[in-house]
Design a protein around this ligand. Structure first.
Ligand code: FAD
Ligand code: SIN
Length: 534
């Protein structure tokens, strides 16, 4: 058993930013961060485009960023949360600059080079080449290394949250005052399961992209935090809103994750075309290649279906080579490594699962429906993104909520004691599974189900098929879980199935098409707007 004041699950922008702030303010607090592989392997690290923030008040305004966010969110954003994030965002960006993060500047070396992305009415994306996430992750890891009261445990996999359920109480979704006392975690190197008791716990476990065959998310993005919260009977919202990025690089050899071609490339002048070099976006939206993501991804999907093509193309051949290479060195190198010269060839692109807009419901201080438990970052539904996230609003959201959560924790932590009555993990009656294929094959099946039936375009029949097949996978996996010694692969499979179920169930509940959720059975929007709460 271990004890800590604050337990944070995740070492991406959400978890690290929060830990740095807590550690700075209260050197007497012990903070423990769990991360399931290496500390730098996060969705954050792969962010390309940048951070959206109102920077130049002469050309831009909070009002415009708020309107763009609400417009992308298609009627489901929480307006007060949008206002909070947009207005508090710039100060958070300044903070991370103070910690050492670099963002590209224009030639005078004073003003920031503000980029453009789909759905934004102004240039407001701060970026570091096409490596913004890497730069942020680097900065945060350097800062955290300076905090003596933070213990960062790599290769430690959080399995489940500890609640009254573990004290023998019957907990249901309507039980009031569920409390979190920490988590069980697997030390992947020793195989030991440790009980980590905490005064307060924060889930900052990132995204869920690995439920699909094609995703820009690294393999860590298996939705563990959302699945844990659901098992602990907490509140989850809006899981039908899965964002597909329109332009992942099409690689016939197959890659996991697929490589992203940033939306910033379209902001820089790249134009979507078909194989013959004809533009097609004007058929779908007057903003053409720079329409919000849901519209562009559906348009590409539709063009591929109509023509039977494997991909569409992003034409950058008219752009200046030096400027392109300066802004997008990683994208240029990746294309060249596959024999595609972006200055001579159109870049083949396909939509790929990119971001989970739904998640753990939190209030404006990041508190979940479970007491003593917060959530921050991509695993949450704060209300900012509604039915579709505006590009580059995610890193901003994580920074703003890390600040709010840290303040709330500092105000409240002294009210709570560690609960020492929790039992240690019980592994009786389990044995090491003899066939790993039982797990790996089920992961493949799950990805096939979700990609075939719960993708960009949905229907009642497809969703019903998905649900029936998920039910079989669920039963098989629960049986395996009850009788097997814990492995992170088995836990991830279980979590992926839970996320698949939550997405499919929420999609079945929404009898309209809105934002990222499009169903052929209900192609129109309803006047009455409601949330899917699970
Ligand atoms: P993450 O950064 O994913 O961190 C999650 C952490 O949780 C990891 O450390 C992981 O190991 C840990 N974890 C998960 N499960 C467990 C477990 N069971 N036990 C222990 N640890 C666990 N957003 C933007 O705003 N702008 C962009 O330009 C942008 N570009 C993107 C490009 C790509 C390719 C991708 C994939 C995403 C992009 N996004 C972008 C989205 C953004 O990067 C993410 O939403 C954001 O970084 C999420 O941060 P996070 O801290 O919530 O989660
Ligand atoms: C991109 O660079 O296109 C990703 C931006 C984002 O996901 O916000």
């Amino acid at each position: 058993m271990e004890q800590t004041d604050v337990l944070i699950i995740g070492s991406g922008i959400a978890g690290l930013t929060l830990a740095i702030k807590l550690a700075e303010q209260r050197s007497d607090l012990n903070i423990t961060i769990l991360t399931k592989t290496e500390k730098g392997e996060t969705n954050t690290r792969y962010a390309q485009g940048g951070v959206a923030a109102v920077w130049d008040l002469e050309s831009d305004s909070y009002k415009k960023h708020i309107e763009d966010t609400l417009d992308a969110g298609d009627g489901i954003c929480e307006k007060n949360i949008v206002e909070i994030v947009v207005k508090e965002g710039p100060a958070r960006v300044r903070e991370v600059i103070d910690w050492g993060a670099r963002f590209d500047k224009v030639k005078n070396d004073i003003e920031y080079d503000l980029g453009m992305e789909g759905g934004h009415s102004e240039n407001r994306i701060l970026h570091y080449k096409d490596l913004t996430g890497w730069e942020l992750q680097r900065t945060l890891m350097e800062q955290i290394a300076k905090a003596p009261n933070v213990k960062l445990l790599e290769h430690h996999f959080a399995i489940d949250l500890l609640t009254q359920h573990h004290l023998g109480h019957n907990i249901t979704r309507v039980t009031p005052n569920i409390e979190c006392y920490g988590a069980y975690a697997l030390d992947k190197k020793t195989g030991d399961i440790i009980t980590i008791l905490s005064r307060l716990t924060v889930i900052a476990s990132g995204g869920t992209g690995q439920i699909y065959r094609n995703t820009t998310n690294p393999v860590i993005a298996t939705g563990d935090g959302i699945a844990m919260l659901y098992r602990a009977k907490g509140r989850i919202e809006s899981m039908e809103f899965v964002q597909f990025h329109p332009t992942a690089l099409f690689n016939p050899a197959g890659e996991n994750p697929v490589f992203l071609v940033s939306e910033a490339v379209r902001g820089f002048g790249g134009i979507l075309k078909d194989k013959k070099g004809n533009e097609f976006m004007d058929k779908y939206d007057p903003r053409k290649s720079l329409a919000p993501r849901d519209i562009v991804a559906r348009a590409i999907d539709n063009e591929m279906k109509l023509s039977g093509a494997e991909c569409m193309y992003l034409d950058c051949t008219h752009l200046d080579k030096e400027a392109f290479c300066d802004h997008f060195p990683t994208i240029y190198d990746k294309c060249m490594s596959l024999g595609i010269d972006p200055m001579k060839d159109m870049i083949p692109v396909v939509p790929a699962c990119h971001y989970m807009c739904g998640g753990i419901k939190t209030d404006e201080d990041g508190q979940t429906s479970i007491q003593r438990l917060y959530a921050c970052g991509e695993c949450t539904f704060t209300g900012l993104h509604g039915a579709n996230r505006l590009a580059s609003n995610s890193l901003l959201e994580a920074m703003v909520f890390a600040e709010r959560i840290h303040k709330n924790i500092l105000n409240r932590i002294d009210e709570f004691e560690i609960n020492t009555e929790l039992p240690e993990w019980d592994a009786q009656g389990t044995s090491t599974p003899k066939e790993m294929v039982l797990i790996t094959q089920s992961v493949k099946e799950l990805k096939e189900i979700m990609s075939s039936y719960v993708g960009i375009v949905r229907s009642n029949t497809r969703l019903k098929r998905a649900m029936d097949r998920l039910f079989i996978l669920y039963n098989e996996t629960e049986q395996l879980y009850r009788t097997s010694a814990i492995s992170h692969q088995l836990c991830e499979l279980r979590n992926l199935i839970t996320i698949g179920y939550l997405v499919t169930r929420s999609a079945s509940m929404r009898r309209e098409s809105r934002g990222l959720h499009f169903t052929t059975d209900y192609p129109d929007k309803l006047d009455f707007v409601d949330r899917t709460i699970l």
